[in-house]
Design a protein around this ligand. Structure first.
Ligand code: FES
Length: 131
């Protein structure tokens, strides 16, 4: 379990991006781009990778939500994704979905990534990407 950010660093109903280093089975560490949406005391995490063209969703850093703040929107061609499931509900990747990231908020109020092995690597940018 890896703490990546304090819950309170992400404003309610906003999202933040992170560049982490994930350790793979072949022993290599590679950049792992994820984002976290905060909804009150709850958080939702997905890989920052649009299933349409495999590019990051936030063409403006930290901008992941549509104008109403109710769905995730890709900045490139505007695909919309359900906030809770990551499923594409409109746009060119209809029927496909974002890859979920397991998160928990611990007793200290830190957002933590679980279910993966992360590498310590100073070459990768990290930290709370809220603009
Ligand atoms: S790259 Fe995301 S909708 Fe096309």
């Amino acid at each position: 379990m890896y703490a990546i950010c304090e819950l309170n660093q992400i404003p309610n109903r906003r999202a933040a991006s992170f560049v982490l280093a994930r350790q793979h089975d072949d022993g290599q560490a590679r950049p792992w781009l994820i984002f976290v949406v905060r909804w009150g005391k709850h958080v939702l995490g997905y890989e920052n990778n649009c299933p349409h063209e495999g590019v990051p969703l936030d063409w403006e850093r930290g901008q992941f939500l549509d104008g109403e703040g109710l769905r995730i929107q890709c900045g490139k061609h505007g695909a919309l994704f359900d906030l809770g499931t990551g499923e594409c509900v409109a746009g060119p990747c209809l029927g496909r979905g974002l890859t979920p990231v397991q998160l928990i908020v611990d007793d200290e109020g830190d957002i933590c990534v679980t279910g993966v092995v992360l590498a310590e690597d100073d070459d990768f940018d990290s930290g709370c990407g809220v603009e």
